[in-house]
Ligand binder design. Sequence first.
Ligand code: NAD
Length: 496
Amino acid sequence: MTVIAHWIDNTIAPGSSGNSAPVTNPATGAVTGSVALASVQDARAVIDAAAAAFPDWRDSSLAKRTAILFAFRELLNARKHELAEIITAEHGKVLSDALGEVSRGQEVVEFACGIAHLLKGGMTENASTNVDVTSIRQPLGPVAIISPFNFPAMVPMWFFPIAIATGNTVVLKPSEKVPSASLWIAALWAEAGLPAGVFNVLQGDKTAVDELLTNPAIKAVSFVGSTPIAQYVYSTGTSHGKRVQALGGAKNHAIVLPDADLDLAADAMVNAGFGSAGERCMAISALVAVGDIADELVGKIAERTRTLKTGDGTKNSDMGPLVTKAHRDKVASYVDAGEAAGATLVVDGRQVQANGGEGGFWLGPTLIDHVTTDMSIYTDEIFGPVLSVVRVNSYDEALDLVNSSAFGNGTAIFTNDGGAARRFQNEIEVGMVGINVPIPVPMAYYSFGGWKNSLFGDTHAHGTEGVHFFTRGKVVTTRWLDPSHGGINLGFPENN
Ligand code: NAD
């Protein structure tokens, strides 16, 4: 059986903890490998490698870094099918979706290829007579990236291209449910010419994370995962003096106004609700139907939902399995609870006939109507293929509903009324907003991040905020010897 190990100094490193966890193929339920779970000593070995590589990497020229980033981008683009297959085998999402995830990550690599421009500082000549001021941004040191199971490639790629381009060294701690993508990526960096120790992988669980959060060598932490862990990572990391951005969970609403094109809205709800089996932090899980369109809209969504093929991600399915049996059962239990609380099951995915292994973690797309805000199916992040419909009477009621949510990751409005859309964009308390776009993930050159319990810290991922996160500012005030500067003066110098 494959043992999925750590990656230190451009080679596989088995570690010495003796602890491991099984890795499964969710479409069959078969155990396909085991992942090493680092001890504190294992974690320190990875962190030490990143620390040792930092001085040389921070002093490497931007020309050299850019050449390596371009080489990495070319290799990734040529071989992304391999990475997509690894993702599907451990996560379960369909191959086309896995490929899409890699492509979105690749866009951040392409953004980072422009690092020479992005790192340009400012310069003021003659701020005072013969005194010049220069601002520069410098790397932080070894940084940690801790990622969730649902995007084994894209989420780490939100961070490491920019961290590396700006001169930091990286320790990536992937989710133990989907550990293999990280090693494939690490080998690709080595092939692209990245020096040993600049990109490292630490496999593990809480033990590994806690060492990253407390080890003084680690200067910054980029975390993505569930809200309780994001909150823990933020408070522990910052209390140990680190810069932390911790992206948490979500409950994304889409509001459909009465004037919307209901066919287009129904297509969007199905795509955004059930793509990747709802295991996306930007998935739509709550549809807010405004006014008397609800019956017609729910009918159109149900019709489309019934056509979806659930099955093995390698077998031309629309939707794959959930990531583990425990997660599948938890999501199904929310559907049970919703039904028991009086919501109406329109399409029930619990008995789906999937085109995949008998032991696979199957749950079909589920549409549940007349959901109310006191039901757990509404209040909790479910992270599965379950679309709840909440009916309201007005735009104001819909707005209040979304703004009352503890989460603020993504949201969308469907309307042909420009004034209503503009009002929504202004009034909604959510970090990423779609106008007739159900999953408004910002492009690589903008920044990704939610509000409220969806992000702890103030810096979003990638784009110029990413460059800012992985660098710190320095301002240099300079004057060269000039007789006019002589003399004793204990006060503030006058600007002249
Ligand atoms: P998770 O919080 O269980 O795990 C995330 C990471 O934290 C993993 O690497 C895991 O090993 C580690 N971890 C887990 N428990 C820990 C603990 N007790 N102490 C320290 N580290 C721990 O999340 P997940 O189930 O892998 O991913 C799904 C969640 O991620 C969902 O809530 C989803 O909304 C969220 N997510 C958010 C975004 C975003 O951009 N906001 C993007 C993707 C996923």
